[in-house]
Design a binder for this molecule. Structure first.
Ligand SMILES: CC(C)(COP(=O)(O)OP(=O)(O)OC[C@H]1O[C@@H](n2cnc3c(N)ncnc32)[C@H](O)[C@@H]1OP(=O)(O)O)[C@@H](O)C(=O)NCCC(=O)NCCS
Length: 183
C-alpha cells in the first residue's frame, strides 16, 4: 500500500531549502552531494531543475522532513534519468529509504513517462546497495574510476530499473500517483 511509511511532496525552495542546506553542510553526506556548487541563496534552484525533486516526510512525524530525492541527468529523448535518495541520519534504518524510492521510481516510470531509472552506487555504500536491490534495481555495469574523492578515483556500480521490471514487481502498487500535489 502506498503511504505506508512516507509521504512524498514536490520540493519547494522557500519551504525546504533550509533542510537541504543543513544536510549539505553537515559533512555527513559529502559523497551524495559530490561537487555541488557553493550553496549561496541562488543555489536552491540547482536542486529544483525541472521541478522534479522530492521531499520525503515520515507519516508518523509529519512535521519533520526526513529526506530528499533528486532526479538528474534527465534524457528526455532516451527516457532515462538518474535518481539519488538521501535520508537524514536519525531516520535511517526504518525502511523509509526503501519505501520512498519505490514511490519515487513509480512516479518517474508511470507518471513522468521515463523508461529507465539509473542509480549510481558507491561499492562501499552498503545502505545504498541494499535499498536499490530491495526496490528491484539490477546491476547494469561497473563504471571504472568514475568518481573522485579522498584524493583518488573510485568505481561506481550503475544500477537500473526499467518500467517493465518495476511494474512486474509492483503490479498492485502503481495505480495511484505516489507524489502529492503534482499538477
Ligand atoms: C542509503 C540510504 C538512502 C538508505 O536509507 P534508509 O532509510 O536507511 O534505508 P532502509 O531503512 O530502507 O534500509 C534498507 C536496508 O539497508 C540497510 N542499511 C541502511 N543504511 C545502511 C548503512 N548505512 N549501512 C549498512 N546497511 C544499511 C538497512 O539495514 C536495510 O537492510 P535490511 O533490508 O537487511 O534490513 C540512507 O542510508 C542515506 O541517505 N545515506 C546517505 C546518502 C546516500 O548514500 N544515498 C544513496 C545514494 S545512491
Amino acid at each position: 500500500m502506498f503511504n505506508d511509511k512516507v509521504r512524498i511532496i514536490p520540493y519547494e525552495a522557500e519551504t525546504h531549502w533550509a533542510y537541504i542546506y543543513q544536510w549539505y553542510h553537515s559533512g555527513k553526506y559529502d559523497h551524495f552531494f559530490g561537487n555541488m556548487p557553493s550553496m549561496d541563496a541562488n543555489a536552491a534552484s540547482t536542486f529544483n531543475k525541472g521541478g522534479v525533486n522530492y521531499i520525503i516526510i515520515d507519516v508518523n512525524d509529519v512535521s519533520k522532513i526526513v529526506g530528499m530525492a533528486s532526479i538528474n541527468m534527465i534524457e528526455e529523448r532516451h527516457r532515462n534519468c538518474h535518481l539519488g535518495t538521501l535520508i537524514d541520519e536519525s531516520y535511517q534504518g526504518k525502511k523509509i529509504g526503501t519505501e520512498a524510492t519505490i514511490m519515487i521510481v513509480n512516479r518517474i516510470l508511470n507518471y513522468d513517462n521515463m523508461f529507465k531509472v539509473i542509480a549510481r552506487v558507491d561499492p562501499k555504500n552498503l545502505g545504498s546497495q541494499k535499498v536499490t536491490a530491495a526496490v528491484g534495481f539490477e546491476q547494469e555495469s561497473i563504471l571504472k574510476q568514475d568518481v573522485y574523492y579522498d584524493g583518488e578515483f573510485h568505481d561506481v556500480i550503475r544500477m537500473k530499473i526499467t518500467k517493465g521490471m518495476f511494474n512486474k514487481k509492483y503490479k498492485s502498487r502503481r495505480k495511484k500517483d505516489p507524489v502529492e500535489g503534482h499538477k
